[in-house]
Design a protein around this ligand. Structure first.
Ligand code: PLP
Length: 283
């Protein structure tokens, strides 16, 4: 099932074409997006998503998104969806049509069912490989024009990395910097459990500050865990008690194998405890 609505509140048929071939989002990947998980009619971490959307727009020198209008259209899509069914809700804002003197952005919200592969990953965990992203962990500050830390529509490299993972017999990727620091996944943040502490790398590494990682950390703290945002070396990833990837639609996913090495079974119980603490907030 799918539901499409433009920012002005007009619903449209998702099986019909609506985007012009000269839209800069299409021909240059010049725009931004967010993907929000909706369960029991509630969009998870909506404020954090809309805050990040606004920060991404600012990094791309786009006008500030009209927050009230986005909140309205998100609610419209949710209300058009069966309340008991989960959905992934994507909001997309592009720089609009090339050469348009009015520079009118293209803006829509799009609800989709959760794919079976996502449900399987949530349940069974995934195999992951580490891949070099090819830059140093401090590049974001030195080169803001690279838009590191913005959630842009230019995801070809991220999708290419996931294909490389599949070629290597895995399902997903953890990117590392040239110095060997842990960065993020192509669509997720890294969470490492060691003892009773959860670790994740800092957004200053040029990675997206994750809404799910933030939410998981808050839920874990309430359940008695400590949390730390800190640099991690790639070789530390196999030394913890559980390695997980956090992202809105796949939620907290257990990594059962890293670079071909099976990770300890202790991760099953730790992942179950954290996933439950996270989900309990939305029950
Ligand atoms: N990092 C990247 C590059 C992403 O694309 C995403 C989400 O798609 C994340 C991290 C995780 O962010 P969130 O938990 O807000 O979905």
């Amino acid at each position: 099932m799918r539901v499409l609505a433009f920012l002005d509140g007009t619903f449209a048929d998702p099986d019909q074409a609506h985007i012009r071939v000269d839209d800069l989002g299409l021909i240059r990947g010049d725009g931004i997006f967010e993907t929000i998980l909706v369960t029991n009619g509630v969009p998870r971490e909506l404020d954090a998503h809309l805050d990040r959307f606004a920060r991404s727009a600012a990094k791309l020198d786009m006008a500030e998104p009209d927050r009230a209008a986005w909140e309205r259209v998100i609610q419209q899509v949710i209300e058009a969806w069966p309340p008991e069914e989960e959905l992934a809700l994507k909001i997309v804002l592009t720089r609009g049509v090339e050469g348009d003197p009015e520079e009118k952005p293209t803006a829509f919200a799009y609800g989709m069912s959760i794919p079976e592969s996502t449900k399987r990953a949530r349940r069974d965990g995934i195999a992951v490989v580490t891949l070099n992203r090819g830059f140093e962990a401090d590049l974001m500050e030195r080169a803001p024009w690279l838009l590191l830390g913005a959630k842009t529509l230019s995801y070809s490299v991220n999708m290419s990395a996931q294909r490389e993972a599949r070629r290597r017999g895995a399902e997903d990727v953890i990117f590392t910097s040239t110095e060997g620091y842990v960065l993020e996944g192509p669509t997720s943040n890294v969470v490492l459990a060691r003892g009773k502490t959860l670790y994740t790398p800092p957004p200053t590494n040029g990675i997206l500050p994750g809404t799910t990682q933030g939410d998981v950390f808050r839920a874990a703290e309430r359940a008695g865990w400590k949390t730390e945002v800190t640099q991690l070396k790639a070789d530390e990833l196999t030394e913890g008690d559980a390695l997980m990837l956090a992202s809105s639609v796949r939620k907290l996913t257990r990594v059962h194998t890293l670079d071909g090495t099976a990770l300890p079974d202790s991760s099953v119980a730790i992942h179950a405890e954290l996933a439950e603490a996270y989900d309990a907030q939305y029950a």
